[in-house]
Ligand binder design. Structure first.
Ligand code: PEP
Length: 253
């Protein structure tokens, strides 16, 4: 049995003050929810404040990105060690906005995954095709490349502990989500490749989240799919009530 995860990616939203207010309200709303890992990914500036505000609650914290070096002359970057010390337990890697807007490659994703694991963070590795790739029937090839290169060199036990987020780029922030069937098809393919390349145990244990316009009214149908182990939520994770409804419905099939 895989424990589901509902993770909120706040992107570049919320000041420290706003992040603390969210966390105080949200932790109350999810305090009696069981059987699900609940994660929020604030901007770096608010990360430690959210860790403090979420202390002794079911809410864990993720970074939205990291650099693969431990420290050094890398202006604007933060390392796994820094995130870990600030109280993060997870880190989002390879989000499509980082790939598209900041030139992140599968090779960079791989270095970051290795650094996150070495720094005791659980990577949430984002993969997914663009609209053009889907319309030219290249979805599965793109997923294969992103998995193969992004997870290159990892051991089976490392992959077993990973979280993969399938986020079709055309569904992110567009209000146009994949149908539950489209999500299941992609998730089953991803799990099949993990099985083929890293073995049955890795495939059975690794959590695969769906991301792309998840809302309180579509999480149930998505979670009903056997290979959808939860969700990575952008816009709808900014409101404590709406996000807690997603957590509640996402905690069960
Ligand atoms: C995301 O940013 O990972 C995401 C899925 O965004 P949204 O839910 O807003 O589509």
């Amino acid at each position: 049995m895989r424990t589901p995860i509902i993770a909120g990616n706040w992107k570049m939203y919320k000041t420290v003050h706003e992040a603390i207010a969210f966390t105080k309200e949200f932790r109350q709303l999810v305090k009696d929810v069981h059987g699900v890992e609940v994660v929020v990914a604030p901007p770096f500036t608010a990360l430690h404040a959210v860790v403090e505000a979420a202390r002794s609650s079911p809410v864990a914290v993720a970074g939205q990105n990291l650099h693969w070096e431990r420290d050094g002359a890398f202006t604007g970057e933060v390392s796994a060690a820094m995130l870990h010390e600030a109280g993060a337990e997870y880190v989002i890697i390879g989000h499509s906005e980082r790939r598209r807007l900041f030139g992140e490659t599968d090779g960079n994703v791989n270095r970051k995954v290795v650094a996150a694991l070495a720094g005791e963070l659980t990577p949430i590795v984002c993969i997914g095709e663009t609209l053009e790739e889907r319309e030219s029937s290249r979805t599965l090839d793109v997923l294969d490349r992103q998995i193969k290169e992004g997870l290159d060199g990892l051991s089976a036990s490392q992959v077993a502990g990973l979280v993969i987020a399938y986020e079709p780029v055309w569904a992110i922030g567009t209000g146009r989500n994949a149908t539950p069937q489209q999500a299941q098809e992609a998730h089953a393919h991803i799990r099949g490749r993990v099985r083929q390349w890293f073995g049955a145990e890795a495939a059975d244990k690794c959590r695969i989240l769906y991301g792309g316009s998840v809302k309180p009214d579509n999480i149930r149908d998505l979670r009903a799919q056997p290979d959808v182990d939860g969700a990575l939520v952008g816009g709808a994770s900014l409101d404590p009530k709406g996000f807690s409804a997603i957590v509640r419905d996402g905690s069960r099939r």
